[in-house]
Design a binder for this molecule. Structure first.
Ligand SMILES: C[S@@+](CC[C@H](N)C(=O)[O-])C[C@H]1O[C@@H](n2cnc3c(N)ncnc32)[C@H](O)[C@@H]1O
Length: 325
């Protein structure tokens, strides 16, 4: 949700034009932009207020050299190291089948003993496995059979997914010669002083709110084996309490943006925002002009697809890139 994977070429040419040495990806999500910035030679700071994005950024951007060995992968896929069954107990009948849930508990029994960046690589591969094995990749429903369209991702076991994704994450590991950081925290608590700051906040929809926890609570929980997470036991999906963010609501998003732009007014700001969200383009330009003289808007034609529903496809919805320096 909101991944900038398809926008990477546009972002790459924008960053290339801006130059600079240090970059912040303040709402890192899938981590694809942090990884792009690293590949372009920046010293990267990555941040998100959810934990699993930070684990992914640690595995792919902060990590300059550590990979899972064949023995590591075999061990994680082998017999459990202890008798833990939290996932089997808690999510019985909700997500995946018994074999898959057993695998998640058992994989964690080994990951728990791992240290360093390898641990992040393993958790990232496990999180991606769960995301791919779940129809539509979201955990807002528990009746998976409704959405089973026979895709390969839905026919592999979680263990088979893990073996594949562990290899993919290993392949992503490289160094650009610099040290990088990944934080879990609110954007307003971050240090300042970067040459380039990339901002990709949730898009406040005209109705409802943009709640990442509702969709990804299982991935968030899985990334820490639900340690210190508060599950809302009365919810059908057994979701984790959501984290408040002012960007998710049309009432508060404008002031949230104003404060954000003020905070990073000394950096070149690159902001992604959707034309379907609140506030509109002209309002955002005006907010950026409060702190920056030179503001340009690059419209990007973009097609959002929600699930496999042809009827739910909004064609040509435009995404904007705002560049303020
Ligand atoms: C649109 S997504 C970012 C997508 C990302 N650029 C990518 O390419 O995958 C927005 C992200 O902001 C995070 N977020 C929301 N409010 C936040 C806050 N106040 N501080 C830090 N992160 C926040 C969410 O957890 C979510 O991962």
């Amino acid at each position: 949700m909101g991944s900038k994977y398809k926008l990477v070429p546009h972002l790459a040419s924008t960053f290339a034009e801006l130059g600079g040495q240090t970059a912040l990806d303040a709402f890192s999500g899938s981590g694809v932009v942090s990884y792009l910035l690293k590949s372009m030679g920046y010293e990267v700071t990555s941040n998100d207020f959810m934990n699993f994005p930070s684990v992914i950024a640690t595995a792919t951007t902060v990590n300059n050299s550590q990979k899972l060995t064949v023995a590591d992968i075999d061990r994680i896929c082998g017999p459990s190291a202890d008798d833990r069954d939290f996932i089997q107990q808690t999510f019985d009948g909700l997500y995946f089948d018994q074999t898959d849930r057993e695998f998640l508990d058992s994989a964690w029994s080994h990951i728990d003993t791992m240290v360093g960046y390898k641990r992040s690589v393993a958790i990232s591969a496990l999180v991606l496995s769960a995301a791919r094995r779940q129809p539509r990749g979201v955990f807002t429903f528990t009746d998976a059979s409704r959405y089973n369209d026979g895709r390969r991702d839905l026919t592999l076991t979680l263990q088979e997914h893990f073996r594949e994704h562990a290899v993919s994450y290993n392949r992503a590991v490289f160094t650009n010669g610099l040290r990088h950081r990944a934080f879990v925290g609110d954007v307003y608590d971050l240090p300042t002083g970067y040459d380039v700051v990339y901002l990709d906040p949730p898009y406040a929809p005209p109705r409802d709110d943009a709640d990442y926890m509702k969709r990804y609570h299982f991935l968030e929980g899985l990334s820490v084996y639900w340690l210190d997470q508060v599950i809302m036991q009365n919810t059908l999906t057994k979701k984790i309490e959501k984290k408040y963010t002012p960007f998710a609501y049309k009432r508060t998003v404008e002031e949230a943006m104003r404060n954000l732009f003020k905070k990073f007014s000394e950096s070149t700001i690159v902001l992604s925002y959707s034309s379907n969200a609140v506030p509109d383009k002209d309002t955002i330009v005006a907010l950026l002009r409060e702190v920056k003289d030179d503001v340009t808007v690059i419209p990007i034609a973009h097609t959002y697809t929600f699930g496999t529903h042809v009827g739910a496809t909004r064609r040509g919805a435009s995404e904007y890139l705002f560049v303020a320096r």
